[in-house]
Design a binder for this molecule. Sequence first.
Ligand code: CMP
Length: 140
Amino acid sequence: VVERTFSIVKPDAVRRDLIGTIYQRFEAAGLKVVAAKMLHLDQAKAEGFYAEHEGREFYEPLVKFMTSGPIMVQVLEGENAIAKNREIMGKTNFEEAAPGTIRADFASSVRENCVHGSDSPESASREINYFFTPDEVCAR
Ligand code: CMP
């Protein structure tokens, strides 16, 4: 079934000029970019996005990292897009990520792990709406 998922190229990957490399991985996996923009998160927007992690020991440094530079946010569309994107990203901890995944190849720490991807249809819908208005998502 064709789904949409929400994805972020995080500040570490933008700083290292990995936007094109990562978009190539999406497209090679059959994930079409149907919306995209670059933005620099402020504290409130980052805190809201990661609200479910509030109180965890990694929350504050995570918000600091995510506001440290511009990010790319995108909506990806394709067959099983949510699971497919998580598969090509690899596990959160890059040391456990399968060879050939984005995180195994490019992440530098558990926090600075290059990409985010929605983990369920509910998160995908919440996250897409957190960053995009309906008219910003293109039919293709
Ligand atoms: P992501 O899965 O996109 O969303 C939560 C983020 O928090 C995760 O990517 C990492 O960037 C970060 N994160 C999760 N667990 C840890 C951890 N144990 N230590 C540091 N950062 C973490």
